[in-house]
Design a protein around this ligand. Structure first.
Ligand code: AMP
Ligand code: MG
Length: 328
């Protein structure tokens, strides 16, 4: 078992020896290492079994640190950092030459954000380097939103999980890139499109939940959170508009159900989770991955998940659910 601890000094010491620490953020737990240590970054890819074409997000302690990471900041990027940092918004911008290629998968751009978690901000302030921190889960599986999720995945493979409690937002950051000076959404996430458009006006989405075409499958995706099967339970999982209708199709199965707010009763339901009785999308998002983790542990034959209303964070939730339910 790795050590689950709240000791920030211990996390500093481990990271200074080029080893990894799982860190809490407001989105999901990250598997963090020194961006300038080849050893630490290789360990991140190995531990997660993450393909090297999948670049990492750099975590910094404040917007003032951004010029150390990127060489150009468009005006709308500045508006976005003013509005959302610290917070669940990642910007992809032209990288400084000091940022190693292994972080960016050889691209000339780098993804960067300031996470909004007091322990991780304190940690970043005590380190002499930024942290690369992809989600602390094996590649493609459900992202971790508690220290226990991380430990269940990695046990002894990592030395320490810095325990910052359950993640408040519970879904990855929204990723925004730029075409010239115009922002484009690369990945839907915990900052809603509506909130972003209130700051920068109408924004294009490059990569929503569409099936990748052959050329996208063969080439590194623009934003690898866009791989088709991702965030997935190991139990067969389906996404539907109407749970009751779907239940009629399955006889003699142990079925688990994940619903937004409405109670559903049926003999074949062995386990059910309602994520927000008060119909709050923020609450639903924060509980989504934990609900999938719980359902995945019940020895079910099938998980049926209800599609969410398609606005605000509902769009992000549907994006994740669609990827989670692509069959391998
Ligand atoms: P995660 O595993 O949730 O930390 O995901 C990190 C995500 O950041 C990747 O899946 C990419 O989608 C995105 N990303 C990182 N660097 C870049 C980059 N240079 N260009 C585009 N997307 C990037
Ligand atoms: Mg991930």
């Amino acid at each position: 078992m790795s050590i689950i601890s709240k000791d920030i000094s211990k996390a500093v010491a481990i990271l200074n020896t080029e080893e990894l620490v799982a860190i809490p953020t407001e989105t999901v737990y990250g598997l963090a290492g020194n961006i300038f240590s080849k050893k630490a970054i290789q360990l991140i890819f190995e531990t997660k079994n993450r393909p090297f074409f999948n670049p990492l997000i750099v975590h910094i302690h404040s917007a003032e640190q951004l010029p150390e990471i990127v060489r150009y900041i468009p005006e709308k990027a500045k508006l976005l950092t003013d509005a959302f940092w610290p917070g669940p918004l990642t910007l992809v911008l032209p990288k400084q030459s000091t940022i190693p290629d292994i972080i960016t998968a050889g691209k000339d751009t780098v993804a960067v954000r300031v996470p909004n978690h007091p322990m991780t901000l304190a940690l970043l302030n005590r380190l002499d380097f930024p942290l690369a921190a992809p989600s602390a889960n094996p590649f493609g599986s459900i992202s971790p939103t508690t220290a226990k999720h991380v430990n269940d995945y990695f046990k002894d493979a990592i030395q320490m999980v810095l325990d910052g409690g359950p993640c408040h937002r519970g879904i990855e950051s929204t990723i925004i890139g730029f075409k010239g000076d115009d922002p484009i959404i690369y990945r839907l996430g915990s900052t809603s499109i509506e909130a972003i458009e209130a700051i920068v006006g109408p924004i294009a989405i490059k990569n929503t939940v569409t099936e990748p075409n052959q050329s996208q499958k063969e080439h590194a995706p623009e934003a690898p959170g866009m791989l088709e099967r991702h965030y997935a339970p190991s139990t067969v999982t389906v996404l539907v508009n109407d749970i009751s209708e779907e239940l009629k199709k399955h006889k003699n199965k142990r079925i688990g159900v994940l619903a937004f707010h409405s109670a559903i009763d049926h003999d074949s339901i062995a386990f059910k989770i309602i994520v927000s009785k008060r119909k709050d999308l923020l609450e639903a998002a924060s509980k989504l991955y934990d609900a999938l983790h719980q359902l995945d542990k019940q020895n079910l034959d099938l998980i049926i998940v209800e599609r969410f209303p398609n606005f605000d964070l509902g769009k992000t939730i549907n994006d994740r659910l669609q990827r989670a339910t692509v069959q391998p």
